[in-house]
Design a binder for this molecule. Structure first.
Ligand code: NDP
Length: 509
């Protein structure tokens, strides 16, 4: 089987001789944990330790939250002009671009993603920072000049306060950049916790924030596990909002914890994103987009299009096309610039993916390609073959749950209504796609599908201006775009009476 796939084993870059040392960033200082504890991260592709990160506990988390609270309350950032905040954010963007190579290498080594993709995500994140900087200057409220001659109503937006930002391992630097610059642009102060599997690029950002002139305490970073660091960040009374990306299970736990003190919670969770292919579509382009949608980031992507719903008249031919393209996708050593798909994040996650494939086969689905782990010569076996499964039925776990691997499920439909019913038959509602040359089909689909983002005749094109988020159990609130920025703002109504025109309430008889 492996010799029918495109596998790259040799690297173009070397793994650094010594691991990167990641430290907390608290009140403007890079520090180790008080008890000296650290965790090692092994590269999922190369099996060697590539970073050692301070492992924070309650003491570090409390110190970070206290620093963020002080920094918010004394106004060193929240009361700066939008122009001054934008100047710092734009400087961070410049520094990100200047450090792209350093960031990308660590991102690849810790996550297993290909270096070309890591370069795109780390360097490309600068645009998110610049866009957020533009919002810092253009944010405004409303005025009401029609409330009568003696009243002026003004609605202003204010930063919400201290924001806890908790990020996952699949896009460590990109997801951080979908949240942090927007919170900072709004005038909030932050405490950030990356996944303990991929802490280094977040820790590296601390150096860039300091160099750009962000005042001490405005952004604090604590490295460590969900428990105790993440859970304290969601329960602490001095935190005003939690912004989280990760699993739906942890998202629900965070909502319950944060609900105790009625913190605002913004969640970006999982997806079971369908692409629906009608017979009149440009099938060649659709097949390429389906291949991209399932293998990008080894399928470890909330936007992965892990199920396709294809019209029954074209299903067999379309699947043949996708299988043929899948064999050409370059899996292998993420340190080679031609590699398109790298390693699975942990051995346990590889087993979880495999479990879904086995269960689907036992339930009667048919394997068209892959369906097993993959060994890359010289690198070990923490990889998974490109996998396509057809005759999947809507009741199977593989059709309903987030597999988070390079595994495509194929379902079929006969009528438009059936396609919509299948697309919406999910607890998730993050994104969806439609392929048709008929604009009426596309528009009808866009209107009726339950998803936060709908792509027509494309997949996963994203822009800082286009807000992102899910419906149903894919989350709540929005990220990026002006709507994502507004999540970090409170709205205040100011009612101004002009002159001494107020009629007394107490009768002065
Ligand atoms: P999790 O949701 O467990 O982790 C995401 C982040 O939340 C990590 O930083 C984690 O810390 C932290 N965390 C864990 N528990 C808590 C808690 N009680 N309070 C606060 N923070 C907490 O995702 P996994 O890494 O376990 O991945 C499991 C599955 O989740 C995947 O297979 C996939 O289906 C889905 N997922 C979805 C993502 C998306 O982009 N929507 C991203 C990642 C995963 P730490 O891990 O360091 O302990």
């Amino acid at each position: 089987m492996n010799d029918l796939l495109h596998i790259i084993s040799e690297p173009a870059l070397n793994v650094p001789a010594s691991p990167y040392q990641a430290r907390h960033f608290i009140d403007g200082a890079l520090v180790d944990s008080a008890d000296g504890r650290k965790s090692d991260r092994r590269s999922p592709s190369h099996g060697v330790v590539v970073s050692q990160a301070a492992l924070g506990g309650v003491a570090e988390t409390e110190a970070a939250i206290a620093a963020a609270r002080r920094a918010f309350d004394d106004g060193r950032w929240s009361r700066l002009s939008g122009k001054d905040r934008a100047r710092v954010l734009n400087k961070v963007a410049d520094l990100i671009e200047r450090n792209e190579e350093r960031l990308a290498l660590l991102e690849t080594l810790e996550s297993g993603k290909p270096i070309s993709q890591a370069r795109g995500e780390c360097g490309g994140a600068a645009d998110l920072w610049r866009y957020a900087a533009s919002l810092a200057r253009t944010s405004h409220g409303d005025s009401h000049n029609t409330l009568g001659p003696d009243i002026l109503g003004v609605v202003v937006k204010e930063p919400i306060g201290v924001v806890s930002i908790i990020t996952p391992w699949n896009f460590p630097f990109w997801i951080l950049s979908q949240k942090l610059p927007f919170a900072l642009a709004a005038g909030c102060t932050c405490v950030v916790k990356p996944s303990e599997m991929t802490p280094s690029t977040t820790a590296m950002l601390a150096e860039l924030l300091a160099e750009a002139g962000l005042p001490a305490g405005v952004c604090n970073i604590v490295l460590g596990h969900g428990d105790p660091v993440g859970s304290l960040m969601t329960s602490h009374p001095e935190v005003d909002m939690v912004s989280f990306t990760g699993s739906t299970a942890v998202g629900k736990r965070i909502t319950a914890t944060a609900g105790q003190s009625l913190k605002k919670v913004a969640l970006e969770l999982g997806g079971k994103n369908p692409q629906v292919i009608f017979p009149d579509a440009d099938l060649e382009t659709a097949a390429d987009a389906v291949t991209f949608g399932i293998y990008f980031n080894v399928g470890q992507c909330c936007n992965s299009s892990s199920r396709i719903i294809v019209h029954e008249d074209i299903a067999d031919a379309f699947v043949d096309r996708v299988v043929a393209l899948s064999r050409k996708v370059a899996f292998g050593n993420p340190l080679h610039p031609d590699t398109q798909v790298g390693a699975i994040v942990t051995p346990e996650h590889r087993e979880k993916i495999d479990g879904y494939v086995r269960a689907a086969q036992e339930a009667g689905a048919e394997l068209c390609l892959g369906g097993a782990g993959l060994s890359v010569p010289g690198l070990g076996d923490q990889f998974y073959q490109p996998t396509v499964i057809r005759r999947v039925t809507p009741d199977m776990a593989i059709a309903r749950e987030e597999v988070f691997g390079p595994v495509l499920s194929v379902l079929t439909f006969g009528s438009f209504d059936e396609a919509i019913a299948l697309a919406n038959d999910a607890t998730y509602g993050l994104s969806a796609g439609v392929w048709s040359e008929n604009v009426h089909t596309c528009l009808e689909f866009c209107r009726r599908v339950q998803a936060g983002t709908v792509w027509t005749n494309t997949w996963m094109d994203g822009f800082p201006e286009m807000t992102f988020g899910g419906v149903k159990q894919s989350g709540q609130g929005r990220e990026i775009g002006s709507y994502g920025f507004d999540e970090f703002l409170e709205v205040k109504s100011m009612v101004l009476r002009l002159g001494r025109t107020r009629v007394p309430w107490v009768r002065n008889t």
